[in-house]
Design a protein around this ligand. Sequence first.
Ligand code: ATP
Ligand code: MG
Length: 358
Amino acid sequence: MKIKSLKLKNYRNYDFLNLDFDDAANIFYGDNAQGKTNILEAVYLSGTTKSHRGAKDRELIRFGKDESHIEAVVEKNGIDYQLDMHLKKNGAKGIAINKMPIRKASELFGIVNLVFFSPEDLNIIKNGPSERRRFIDMELSQLDKVYLSNLSNYNRIVNQRNHLLKEMRADNEGNLRDTLEIWDMQLIRYGNQLLERRMEFIREINHIIFSIHGKLTGGREEIQVIYEPSNGSLTLEQALSKNRERDIRIKSTSVGPHRDDICFMTGELDIRRFGSQGQQRTAALSLKLSEIELVKQAAKDTPVLLLDDVLSELDKHRQNYLLDSINDIQTLITCTGVEDFVNHRFSINKVFHVHNGQ
Ligand code: ATP
Ligand code: MG
């Protein structure tokens, strides 16, 4: 797919903006705090309904204004789609495809495929498990509508189960224990579906990441990605029942996909815990590049890559490798200066200078 244009009205520090993109590389450069990331965020928002940095809708509306409008035109298989989004101060949000209102974000996922790459992604191996779970959930939600629906059911059930655990006291436990069992059955049902799909995803990633990581490390490292379920070698059902008394005591659900992790190994070394910073960042870059490849395969289409300030974080060798690997897809790249590209054969097609919301 390709993104053809973007129009913003009262979005972040933009009062009004109208951009046409090139099919290949688009560079946005300018000083700090001028509005480069805001453009990438708006593109991501129109394709996923969410800010990549987890911002709340009302934070996106330009200060002092009551509503914000984002319009993007994307092309998929030769057909143009106009994606509109309206955000209002009172929390109302309207999304439309070709002027037809939609109710679920998943309706966008068949049309739009985006990969967002920011410097924080380079810390995904180093940081805690919640970010690795977020990675896998964001990716699978875009690729698989069934996953998205299972995930939202699962999260709802975990919340309700935790709520119940907080209410449980010695005097009413009998009654509430029955209710707990009902939640457990639901949790097992949706949890197992998430587990199965995540493990399949990790198998797919392993097929791709091995050779990417081999090339990035000059053949010095072999990488393996392993899914680590919080239930260990037990089934989810066994682990839930084993932890039931503990859960009641701590008033929270201690096992399930919301507590799982992904492990990155090179040889015998757990990169999360024992890798050097450089090893961790290289593994993260390999993961991100695998994601692009996986989206290509799964969606049978090339995603649009949103590359926010990443180049300045990488050494020359990794910069070159990254730029070489994304030569065939449309990219929106932000940076503070265009020097990064001068000595590279990467061809820049369109350069935008971003200055104070213009
Ligand atoms: P950097 O190079 O530091 O990453 P940037 O060009 O990517 O900078 P952005 O993150 O796009 O900068 O933000 C630009 C500006 O937008 C910030 O100065 C911020 O104060 C402003 N801003 C953020 N939210 C709003 C809003 N709701 N209304 C008006 N301005 C906003
Ligand atoms: Mg920025």
